[in-house]
Design a protein around this ligand. Structure first.
Ligand code: IF1
Length: 401
């Protein structure tokens, strides 16, 4: 365990330990300020943020364009509820539909809510369009999935720690090994309404599927009249060097599930974007959310998309990602089992637990977090410069090399 010398930090950690629920094990840093890719702790020490709040900060901390949109909208109106219309939601829906090439947008707040929304959409489509017998619809999911923390979602997790003593769980989900097309084919029945998948499994340790898998899975789904639901909450919006990780595989999903960077770290905004044939089955009263589609969130999300577009962050990320992977690959061997990833989403798998190395990286001024014990995840904001990235590589080399 790292020792904290600053009494202010000690005090804050003690307070949080006493009054906050113990559902996290954060690194012992108390962030006071952040701008762009840099974070400053309460003692004034600077760190390069290589977690980006799990890819919610693709645009970097406190992006001025987002801040402006946020402040301007906050002065006008922040919340109307969906009982009334607002000036931002229609534009947000149009812009997100255009971006994805899909038809209809349903805004929510958290990623988990958006996943739940997509499951509802798929089930309704299964009953009303595919003709599945009432109450019998099945959704196929992948082993190692991470889609959020609701009781339904953790119910189809393969991770015991996410489930323990939270049951009973929602029926209607079938697990198949990730990347195995034969297993997917075998799992499809006439009751299958959807296949829910992450184009790259992030929490599982930045697991890229075998080449052709997503494409073949999408074709299989089409052949069997099964909806393809892509959870791009973490991989979407530029992170992997394309707007969506599905694009890289040439896959057009029936539904995109988006969140995190959709609002660039300002405010929780998530969305389900889908084909009209599916989304039109939501009718007034069938689904909703108090804050979902609120004008503040929509204004921020529109600015978040603008920044990605205007600053060409997606194209930049593709280039930076190649450089980063090339720079880190030579670390393989000994402590480093494998370096893998795409764009600015890199996993460094170690032969030893990763946590102590994340703590040492923190001492070197690089903030990142282990995932699944043995993997260090590197995912800096997409606004990182090449120079900053190479400095980060030097710190990683110093700690792991
Ligand atoms: C935590 C992990 C990352 C996600 C995908 C849906 C959601 C997430 C692909 C739900 C959320 C988070 C949440 C955060 C840590 C984190 C995480 F390590 F746990 F798995 F990013 F890799 N789909 N991911 O990655 O979105 O409801 O949180 O808005 O739960 O501790 P949310």
């Amino acid at each position: 365990m790292l020792r904290l010398l600053n009494p202010v930090q000690e005090e804050l950690l003690a307070l949080e330990e006493e009054f906050g629920a113990n559902n996290y094990h954060p690194l012992p840093i108390v962030v006071a300020q952040a701008q762009g890719v840099w974070v400053t702790d309460v003692a004034g020490k600077r760190y390069l943020d290589c977690l980006s709040a799990y890819s919610a900060l693709n645009q970097g901390h406190a992006h001025p364009v987002l801040l402006k949109a946020f402040m301007e909208q906050a002065r006008k109106v922040t919340l109307t509820s969906r009982a009334f219309h607002n000036e931002q939601l229609p534009h947000f829906c149009e812009e997100l539909a255009d971006l994805t090439g899909l038809d209809v947008v349903l805004p929510m707040n958290s990623g988990a809510e958006a996943v739940e929304t997509a499951i509802k959409a798929a089930r309704r489509w299964g009953y009303q369009r595919k003709g599945i017998e009432s109450g019998q619809a099945e959704v196929i999911v992948c082993e190692g999935n991470f889609h959020g923390r609701t009781t339904t979602i953790v119910g189809f997790s393969s991770e015991a720690g996410y489930q323990k003593d939270f049951g009973p769980f929602t029926p209607g989900f079938v697990q198949v090994p990730y990347g195995n097309l034969d297993a997917l084919r075998a799992a499809i029945t006439p009751r299958t309404c959807a296949f829910l998948v992450e184009p790259i499994q992030c929490e599982a340790g930045i697991i890229l599927p075998p080449p052709g898998y997503l494409e073949d899975a999408a074709a299989l789904c089409r052949e069997h009249n099964v909806l393809f639901l892509a959870d791009e909450i973490q991989t979407g919006l530029g992170r992997t060097g394309s707007w969506f990780a599905c694009e890289y595989a040439g896959v057009e999903p029936d539904i995109y599930i988006l969140g995190k960077a959709l609002s660039g770290g300002f405010y929780p905004v998530s969305a389900v974007v889908g084909r009209r044939e599916v989304m039109e089955l939501f009718t007034p009263g069938s689904h909703g959310s108090t804050y979902g589609g609120n004008p503040l969130g929509c204004a921020v999300a529109r600015a978040a998309l603008d920044v990605l577009r205007e600053e060409r962050l997606v194209e930049r990320t593709a280039g930076l990602g190649v450089t980063l992977l090339e720079a880190l690959k030579p670390l393989e061997g000994g402590l480093v089992r494998e370096v893998r990833g795409r764009g600015l989403l890199i996993g460094i798998e170690l032969t030893a637990p990763a946590r102590p190395y994340c703590e040492r990286l923190m001492e070197h001024g690089v903030l990142c977090k282990e995932t699944h014990d043995f993997v260090i995840r590197l995912a800096p904001p997409l606004v990182i410069t090449e120079e900053e990235m190479l400095w980060m590589v030097a710190q990683v080399r110093a700690v792991l090399g």
